[in-house]
Each structure stands twice: as structure tokens, then as C-alpha cells.
Design a protein around this ligand. Structure first.
Ligand code: AMP
Length: 201
């Protein structure tokens, strides 16, 4: 089982991802985390990725895709991808990697929160954490980038007939988890998502 989760910063993605991991018994695969780990260990990849990450740019596919490939092979029982694919090219590369092993993306969850709400949440978080770089303008730019990059990826999977659940992520974590469960046609309760998700939201 291969799932993908999308959610802009401040959408509560971490919490929902953990719930989905548990429901489907998936390993979590966050490319951001993998890259930060490589940087911390100062591996060759980490050193190469560092300049791009520091500049807030995407790490080139020639560096990232082979890493994703190795991790997918390692986690045979299934993964929830977080932060990948971020572009249409990455989505196509992922599909090709999976197809080699007779696998495919089974479902996509996209968390949706109105932009004004996200901006307020992030500004609040920035104030609490004392981060001066998270200005309204910078946040707006990140949102724009998020939408312009992810929208084509969602469309790609919709067109491929993959279950794409676009879920309203406003409200309590429980309410959002319930919407995801319904959108993916999951039976109630944990560890019950053994079938292929059927519905599109
Ligand atoms: P994240 O934790 O997902 O926000 O990722 C942090 C940083 O890692 C990003 O700003 C990129 O520089 C890099 N990164 C993570 N995922 C990808 C990806 N799919 N493609 C390219 N760069 C990525």
C-alpha cells in the first residue's frame, strides 16, 4: 500500500499522517526528514542537498529520487509519502519506480485549509517561537508555491484513477481524521484499512 499526504504548513499534517500510518500499518517516509538526517550525518548526499535546502529550493531529482527508490524497496509493506512527490516530474518518476515492482500509488490525501487561516496560524506560531523570518509576505509566498506545485500532482493522480481525498482540515484533529476515514471509505476503528481505498473526495 502506497499513500501520499499533502498539506500546507500549518494544516495539521503531522497529526493526520500519524493516524493514517497507524490505520493502514504504513511506514512514514518524509523526504524533508530523510534529507535533514543525511545533512546531520554529513553524508555525500547531505552535503550536496544542504545548499539547496538552505536557499529554500527544491533538492534536484537526481539526488532525491534514488534515495526514495531505496527507501521504497526497504519498506515493502507500505509507506505513507510525506513531502514527495512535490512536482509532476517527481510524480511521474515515482509512478515509474513503483511500476517496476508492480506497485502503484493507492491513495492521496490532501488537507485543505483556507489561506487566511493558515497565515494566521503561522504568524501566531512565528510569534510564539520568536521567528522573525515568518512574515505575512514570506508565508504568502510559501503558500503560493505550495499550491502551484501540488495542484498538478493532485490532478495527475485524479486522472490516473487514484483515490484522491481532498479533505477540509478545519476543526478538531478527530473531526479531520473522521473526514479522511470517510473519504477513503475506511471502516471505523484502527488497523482496519487493509483493502484498497475506493472513494475519491
Ligand atoms: P519539508 O520538511 O518537506 O518542508 O522539506 C524541507 C526541504 O527539503 C525542502 O525545502 C526542500 O529543500 C527539501 N525537500 C523535501 N522534499 C523534497 C522534494 N520532494 N523535492 C525536492 N526537495 C525536497
Amino acid at each position: 500500500m502506497i499513500g501520499v499526504i499533502f498539506g500546507p504548513p500549518g494544516s495539521g499534517k503531522g497529526t493526520q499522517a500519524a493516524a493514517i500510518d497507524e490505520a493502514f500499518d504504513l511506514d512514514h517516509l518524509s523526504t524533508g526528514e530523510i534529507l535533514r538526517g543525511e545533512m546531520a550525518r554529513a553524508t555525500a548526499l547531505g552535503k550536496q542537498a544542504k545548499q539547496f535546502m538552505a536557499a529554500g529550493q527544491l533538492v534536484p531529482d537526481r539526488l532525491l529520487v534514488p534515495i526514495v527508490q531505496r527507501r521504497l524497496r526497504r519498506h515493502r509493506k507500505g509507506v505513507l509519502l510525506d513531502g514527495f512527490p512535490r512536482t509532476l516530474e517527481q510524480a511521474r518518476a515515482l509512478d515509474a519506480l513503483l511500476a517496476k515492482d508492480g506497485r502503484r500509488v493507492d491513495f492521496v490525501v490532501a488537507l485543505e485549509v483556507p489561506e487566511e487561516v493558515l497565515v494566521e496560524r503561522l504568524l501566531h506560531r512565528a510569534a510564539v517561537e520568536g521567528r522573525a523570518d515568518d512574515t505575512r509576505e514570506a508565508i504568502g509566498e510559501r503558500m503560493l508555491e505550495y499550491h502551484s506545485l501540488t495542484a498538478p500532482v493532485l490532478e495527475h493522480y485524479r486522472q490516473a484513477g487514484v483515490a484522491v481525498a481532498a479533505v477540509d482540515a478545519m476543526g478538531t484533529p478527530e473531526a479531520v481524521a473522521e473526514r479522511i476515514r470517510k473519504a477513503l471509505n475506511l471502516p471505523r476503528g484502527r488497523a482496519s484499512g487493509r483493502g484498497r481505498p475506493a472513494a475519491a473526495g
